[in-house]
Ligand binder design. Structure first.
Ligand SMILES: Cc1cc2nc3c(=O)[nH]c(=O)nc-3n(C[C@H](O)[C@H](O)[C@H](O)COP(=O)(O)OP(=O)(O)OC[C@H]3O[C@@H](n4cnc5c(N)ncnc54)[C@H](O)[C@@H]3O)c2cc1C
Length: 807
């Protein structure tokens, strides 16, 4: 028997080795276009970033060693040009041997995938790369050595794009990521991706979401990356990481059947020709959950398919491939992101009814050093509990949990199986109630109706006037930040203060991650309240998902504390989640003398932000923050005044502005005022009503259904801020353009930049619900981060402000 294999990396090399193990006497020819076989393409980003220092470590086998061990005829730098399935030959080309044909009894295709390189203007400029193989890696590495410590733009926020972002930062580069979707990492849900956004921006990576690259241009020796919103990013290097497409050309020319996306194979990995098998990134198979054609584009499935195909080639079709549910994991700086099965957004797209639970627990017993919060999201059938998908994000333990959950999903298991899973436990590894057991219990409570939930998006979009929102965390946690419109009744006070909670409106309760919210919910339900829902994932998830994305521009991997080590108290708050570290900090600072400092080590990733807010509200100094391997180190100096525990900003110092007009000049003035006020540390709220709503419309809006009047308003009103006119001297739009031109020349920021700066500075944008209803404007048409509210919302802000302007 003679077997020919095309492609010599993950699928091809695995199949070749398995064929040899099954059949010692056969002839095996391995044809590979590149110089190398069986190398670690998953390790390439880490070699580029310098984490893997030795290039040779990338090669699992050299062609010579592989050939010797497995008695395989390895032909590198040899390209398969075409296949004749009737004659059972492959025509190949090699620089030394020229073109020749090779016969086969059975052929295996493992040609992988090709990176997408769109034909955009300027794509051929020097310094624009894709990353797929060792040759690409060598080119990128050589370019970086010629341009040390410069600026890179990564186009595409998928797993490889983000691994590259981390590695380039590691190599000392400044990195921007441009992504067309509103989030990075398409296989996970937005709320889970929001933790990744924070991890990226807190390491200085600039995120440009919902933006597409339109073209590239030469910018004085650098590359100008022109985005769809008119912005140009200047970079020395651009990495295109916008996906891959299955390499189906050979199969197509050979007349093999193609599916919707890749080479079509049956469960035995056999193509439409019985003597040709195919595996890896090039093939499509039936997804076990959706029964739709699917590409996995992952190394594990490529290796598994290769083994199945080799078995079937030698023994006849006897081994079926069970399919893949896309189980994947990636490291982005300190964070591990893992996913399996179907996230909520894919279930929604397919119209599959589902419910979800989001829980946060410690990765192992909190009292044992080195435990980190781990957030787990499950998606499942709301009636049967069949598990559809799982996502885990955290600094520790996400990888092992996802593997257990993937097993349950793949075997058609339910939320009950998640609860019943038996795990090994000792404090350094887990808790007696493991994070996924807790995820299972919470999902079970949702299914059996004992814990009705509200999801973060529903709460964000809800009319707050029509519900009572209760924050059941402690008053210290509440002071550090809370959801607009919430009243604070700590869990332990709820029975005593029950009289304050009205019966006439639905109630939403929330705590930090959901547990105390659930306990409060049970108390209220037990005392006759009928509509009580708990916020799924708690404030941690809500605040992460709704927080504007702000890059930490001054990020330095290590911020040295200016304090002399001997004068610093050390406080270990590892393993505690919010508010634990803050409470410990407060207790310690209370016992210190003014001017002395404490260095707190914590594993709660939100701790530096909370500590900064706490310092501002208590008159202490936030000296420095640094992060290494997920450990947060924060240095705080005690202030000379007595800490009050109250917010330093008296509520009546707030400012409110009503943006009624959509005149370009008035809008600019509004944001100039708002930015100025926000810079002084005051809370600013802008209420956009009537024509003012045009100022905060997205430029690229999603399609929304509108009635006749809604369509009429859309047609008549400016579609975004870029279409606004001056209140005077507009001259049919000429004046507007002139004004923008003059502003640009004089280095004054454009309206859109001022608006973004205001959002970044925490200025609250409230869109008038009544006007939106009247004009048929949907929330999705407005900028992300805008809150929808009514008059009462504005009035509440106005009562706490000392300046209220109508513009
Ligand atoms: C940078 C990077 C990081 C990755 N990280 C991960 C990860 O962390 N986890 C994970 O699961 N997956 C990861 N992947 C994906 C994983 O590497 C692929 O899913 C896997 O390699 C697919 O295996 P394959 O055999 O189908 O294709 P490949 O491994 O790409 O091999 C295909 C080979 O076929 C050769 N070939 C193509 N056409 C011809 C021809 N006509 N003649 C001769 N030879 C030909 C190509 O030169 C290539 O070497 C990563 C991929 C990249 C590029």
């Amino acid at each position: 028997m003679k077997y020919v294999i095309i492609g010599g990396v993950a699928g091809g090399a695995t199949a070749a080795a398995r064929l040899r193990r099954l059949d010692e006497k056969c002839e095996i020819v391995l044809i590979e276009k590149g110089q190398h076989i069986s190398y670690a393409n998953c390790g390439l980003p880490y070699y580029i970033g310098g984490v893997i220092a030795d290039r040779d470590r990338l090669f699992v086998q050299t062609p010579a060693a592989f050939s010797k061990r497995f008695n395989i005829d390895v032909r590198t730098e040899t390209e398969a040009l075409c296949i004749d399935t009737k004659l059972k030959t492959v025509t190949v080309s090699n620089g030394v041997r020229g073109m020749y044909t090779e016969s086969y009894d059975k052929l295996l295709l493992a040609p992988g995938a090709l990176p997408v390189r769109p034909q955009l203007p300027g794509i051929g400029l020097d310094g624009i790369f894709t990353l797929r193989n060792v040759a690409d890696t060598d080119r990128i590495k050589a370019f970086m050595e010629g341009h040390p410590g410069r600026k890179a733009v990564i186009v595409g926020g998928g797993f490889i794009g983000l691994e590259m972002a981390e590695n380039l930062v590691h190599a000392g580069w400044t990195v921007s990521v441009v992504e067309m979707a509103p989030q990075v990492l398409a296989p996970i849900d937005y709320s889970m991706a929001s933790f990744v956004h924070q991890e990226l921006t807190s390491h200085g990576v600039e995120l440009h979401l919902e933006k597409a690259v339109k073209s590239f241009e030469n910018a004085g020796g650098s590359i100008g990356v022109n985005l769809s919103d008119g912005q140009t990013l200047v970079a020395d290097m651009v990495l295109l990481s916008i996906g891959v497409r299955p390499n189906t050309k050979l199969a197509e020319v050979a007349g093999l059947k193609l599916g919707k996306r890749g080479i079509s194979v049956n469960e035995y990995m056999q193509t439409s020709n019985p003597d040709v098998y195919a595996v890896g990134d090039a093939v499509e198979f039936v997804h076990p959950l959706t029964a739709e054609p699917w590409l996995s584009l992952l190394a594990g499935p490529a290796n598994r398919q290769a083994r199945v195909a080799a078995d079937n080639i030698v023994k006849g079709n006897s081994e079926s491939y069970e399919g893949s549910i896309g189980t994947a994991v990636a490291k982005v700086f300190g964070l591990t992101i893992a996913t399996a099965g179907l996230p909520a957004k894919q279930l929604k797209q397919r119209g599959i009814a589902y419910a979800s639970s989001t829980t946060t627990s410690a990765s192992h017993a909190g009292y044992y050093p080195g435990s980190f919060p781990l957030t787990t999201k499950l998606t499942f059938d709301p009636h049967t509990g069949r598990l559809y998908g799982a996502q885990c994000v955290g600094h520790d333990g996400a990888d092992k949990r996802i593997d257990q959950l993937a097993l349950i999903i793949k075997h058609g298991g339910t939320v009950r199986d998640v609860m019943a899973i038996e795990q090994a436990y000792a404090p350094p590894f887990s808790s007696a109630k493991d994070p996924i057991a807790i995820a299972g219990y919470v999902a079970g409570n949702i299914i059996n109706g004992s814990m009705p939930v509200v999801y973060w998006r529903e709460l964000r979009d809800a009319d707050r006037q029509k519900l009572t929102l209760i924050d059941v965390r402690t008053k210290e946690e509440f002071a550090l930040g809370a959801i607009d419109g919430a009243i604070n009744i700590p869990l332990d006070d709820i029975r005593d203060r029950i009289g304050e909670i009205p019966h006439d409106k639905p109630i939403v309760v929330y705590c930090a991650v959901g547990l105390r919210g659930y306990l409060a919910q049970r108390i209220l339900l037990g005392r006759g309240y009928s509509h009580v829902r708990n916020l799924s994932g708690g404030y941690k998830l809500y605040s992460s998902a709704t927080r504007p994305i702000v890059t930490v521009k001054s990020y330095k991997p290590e911020m040295a504390s200016p304090e002399k080590p001997s004068t610093i108290l050390r406080l270990d708050a590892c393993g505690l989640s919010c508010p634990g570290p803050i409470i410990k900090l407060k207790q310690t600072v209370d016992s210190m003398s003014p001017g002395s400092s404490v260095e707190v080590t914590a594993t709660d990733p939100g701790f530096p932000r909370d500590a900064r807010a706490w310092c501002e509200s208590t008159g202490n100094s936030f000296v420095s923050a640094s992060e290494a391997d997920g450990l947060q180190k924060v240095v705080v100096r005690k202030g000379s005044g007595v800490p009050t525990g109250q917010p330093a900003l008296a509520p009546q110092r707030n400012k409110t502005l009503i943006m009624f007009s959509d005149d370009l000049d008035r809008a600019i003035a509004t944001f100039v005022l708002a930015n100025g006020a926000a810079a002084t540390g005051t809370k600013v709220s802008i209420f956009f009503t009537f024509w003012g709503l045009n100022v905060i419309k997205k430029e690229h809006k999603p399609r929304v259904r509108k009635d006749f009047f809604g369509r009429m308003f859309s047609w008549m009103l400016p579609s975004s801020s870029r279409k606004l006119h001056l209140s005077q001297m507009s001259f049919c739009g000429l004046g507007d353009r002139l004004m923008r031109f003059i502003m640009r020349r004089k280095g004054i920021e454009q309206l859109e930049d001022l608006r973004q700066a205001a959002m970044d500075a925490g200025v609250e944008f409230i869109a008038c619900q009544m006007t939106m209803d009247m004009m048929g404007i949907a929330k999705e048409e407005l900028l992300d981060g805008v809150t929808v509210g009514g008059v009462a919302t504005y009035m509440q802000r106005a009562e706490q402000a000392n300046v209220n302007l109508f513009i």
